[in-house]
Design a binder for this molecule. Structure first.
Ligand code: NI
Length: 435
């Protein structure tokens, strides 16, 4: 960024100041303490439109991107969010867990209550990008776009705070920790009561499978349950030249891997959606030693609750049968991950109206379900809610790498889309809605 001093940006009435020692605290809110040596923008008046906060939102995203923190360790990130929210004035801010932040914006009445959620955590990936705001923490990277989620919801909070007298009801901003690491932050926040009194909850993901310019919304099943499993095949080790006096755990494990695909292709209705993936095989120490055991790990993805119950039973039948056929024993552990993300019709309808209001009808496309998981589902277990995708891919700019990739990046224009949609959702729900 440029020189120190103050200037007025052409795109708004907002005056910005570069951070420097001695600035009043209200000017420093946009400078995370962990980047205190950096010049950064601070908004000195309260903008009332998404246009006015657009560049600030990009600056926030870049600051967060430079200082990523892993799940349950978002100490500085959450402090930055809390400080920034406090600088807007008029928000009731709380810290339900050590690394999360909730802000309540209460209008002329207490009801209805619309909750909006952003996640804040990064991933254990070493960033391979070479842009100016690359991660400064080796081995940790915002490789899923949660930096953008945080920034665009802060932008919406700033706009909506300036306009709180326009509507009845409450907007509740949930800045959640630990989306990436089961059991996930959402469940903790639900248990802490952050949804008390909430009528509807919405959340977004910046989405690389979707081109910038498109926003997808879908009622019903959207994201799967990311369950996981561990299998140990126990044979009897020995010399590789004398397999007849061993029980070869590698040969049995290989058959288990192959036969598990029969669960999907022959055990489940072909019109249903199931994934069984073995993702790790570990066993053996040398070319001439048959190992005593082999360990397998993997994931199961389903949408349907009944299928979610049945697939582990089908898997165990295969594992037990194959092991018994060859004289091996087995251990099978199945761990439930997040619930599937299933969007309520009412919430999806609100999002469709919000996208159309914010961006026009051409931006809105029908959502395509993905077998990826999201702990947003924990909120949907409590209240009606909808999750949606904001396109952030840009082929021409080379912004094409998938989520969780070391070169993941976003078309930052999508941040403005997110801010606009959240603002429009509040307008639709708390102003236009005749209830
Ligand atoms: Ni994510």
């Amino acid at each position: 960024m440029g020189r120190r001093g103050t200037r007025t940006l052409a795109w708004s009435r907002v005056q910005v100041a570069w951070c420097r020692p001695g600035l009043p605290r209200y000017l420093l809110h946009a400078c995370p303490r962990f980047l205190s040596n950096d010049p950064c923008m601070a908004v000195t008046s309260t903008p009332a439109t998404p246009d006015a906060v657009r560049d600030t939102v990009v600056a926030w995203r870049r600051q967060l991107h430079q200082a990523p923190e892993l799940s349950f360790q978002e100490t500085r990130t959450s402090q930055f969010v809390a400080d920034t929210l406090a600088s807007f004035g008029g928000l009731e801010i709380s810290r339900p867990t050590p690394t999360s932040v909730v802000a309540r914006l209460v209008g002329s009445t207490n009801r209805p209550v619309l909750a909006m959620r952003a996640d804040m955590d990064a991933l254990p990936i070493h960033e391979a990008n070479d842009h100016a705001f690359v991660s400064r923490t080796p081995g940790v990277m915002h490789a899923c776009g949660h930096d953008g989620h945080t920034a665009m919801l802060l932008g919406a909070a700033q706009v909506l705070t300036a306009r709180r007298r326009e509507w009845r009801g409450e907007v509740r901003f949930i800045f959640q920790h630990a989306e990436e690491l089961p059991p996930g932050g959402a469940r903790e926040l639900v248990e802490a009561g952050v949804l008390d009194g909430v009528d509807l909850v919405i959340g977004a993901h910046l989405w690389l499978p979707l081109a910038f310019g498109e926003v997808s919304v879908k009622a019903g099943p959207l994201m799967a349950s990311p369950d996981n499993f561990r299998i140990v095949i126990e044979g009897a080790g020995g010399h590789a030249a004398m397999p007849h006096v061993t029980v070869d755990s590698i040969a049995v494990a290989a058959q288990v891997v192959t036969n598990l695909q029969h669960v999907v292709s022959r055990g489940v209705d072909p019109l249903a959606s199931v994934v069984v993936s073995v993702t790790r095989i570990s066993g053996g120490t040398a070319y001439n030693v048959i190992p005593g055991s082999v360990e397998l790990e993997g994931t199961v993805r389903t949408f349907d609750p009944e299928l979610r119950e049945r697939v582990p039973q089908l898997m165990e039948r295969v594992i037990a049968g194959v092991s018994a056929a060859h004289g091996a024993r087995y251990r099978f552990e199945f761990t439930r991950g997040y619930h599937p993300v299933v969007n309520a019709q009412e919430a999806a309808d609100l999002l469709r109206r919000a996208v159309t209001r914010a961006l026009g009808p051409d931006a809105l496309v029908e959502g395509i379900p993905t077998m990826g998981g999201e702990d947003f589902s924990a909120y949907q277990q409590e209240v009606p809610g909808a999750f949606f995708f904001i396109g952030a891919r840009n082929e021409a700019e080379g912004i094409v790498h998938p989520h969780h990739h070391e070169r993941f990046d976003l078309d930052e224009r999508a941040l403005d889309y997110g801010t606009r949609i959240f603002v429009a959702a509040a307008e639709e729900y708390l102003v236009s809605d005749p209830r």
